[in-house]
Design a binder for this molecule. Structure first.
Ligand code: ATP
Length: 199
């Protein structure tokens, strides 16, 4: 599995559609300060489901949409598409090439798609999580993040290892299931009270 192309359109400083082609192996992005190198990495994190505006170096999610320059008006939407070579079947989907895409509209609406078919964010997260890609998977190590790892408490370090080992996904599912069970228990208690009152 390797990343093949990344297309940005209206994402941060990339107002016009821009496609980056990657080959297997190491890719370096070079350019002057402020030319948009980190924006490319932000686009990768974003299309893989990042939900935190701060992780994308913004104040709110809308900040990923091209805000305009002196010669160019702001745009109404940001779009990023990532094509992954899946010839080795690392992603659990029957396509040798998978394109995931994400669009955000200035009115707040957003869309996700896998190979052009509209889907939920959860579908993208599920597709990527077993491959070690995706949000919170530490495949993207940002500036200053190494310091954070070195300064982490033992609990936080355990969290990193659990993520790398793929335990996190199951822990989150367990927490969700326990929350549902709690809510169900509260409903049952309320039902018991009501039944008692009616008798
Ligand atoms: P450095 O080498 O200093 O880390 P860089 O190449 O990584 O720089 P980025 O941080 O990726 O640069 O890009 C910063 C540029 O992106 C700034 O000029 C900023 O104005 C522009 N930018 C960020 N968000 C938007 C947006 N929503 N609309 C337009 N331009 C934006």
């Amino acid at each position: 599995m390797h990343l093949k192309t990344l297309t940005l359109r209206g994402f941060k400083s990339f107002a016009s559609a821009t496609t980056l082609h990657f080959e297997p192996g190491v890719t370096c992005v070079v350019g002057p300060n402020g030319s948009g190198k980190s924006n490319v990495v932000d686009a990768l994190a974003w299309v893989m489901g990042e939900q935190g505006a701060k992780s994308l170096r913004g104040g709110k999610m809308e900040d990923v949409i091209f805000a305009g320059t002196t010669g160019r008006p702001p745009l109404g939407r940001a779009e990023v598409a990532l094509t992954i070579d899946n010839a080795d079947g690392a992603l659990p989907i029957e396509y040798s090439e998978v394109t995931i895409s994400r669009t955000l509209f200035r009115n707040g609406g957003s869309e996700y798609a896998i190979n052009g078919q509209g889907c939920r964010l959860l579908d993208i997260q599920d597709l990527l999580s077993d491959s070690g890609l995706g949000r919170e998977m530490h495949v993207i190590v940002g500036q200053g993040q190494l310091d954070a790892v070195l300064r982490a408490t033992p609990e936080e370090r355990r969290g990193f290892i659990e993520e790398a080992a793929g335990v996190l996904k199951h822990r989150k599912r367990k927490e969700k299931a326990l929350r549902k069970l709690d809510a169900m228990q509260a409903n049952l208690t309320r039902l018991g009270d009501l039944t008692g009152e009616i008798r």
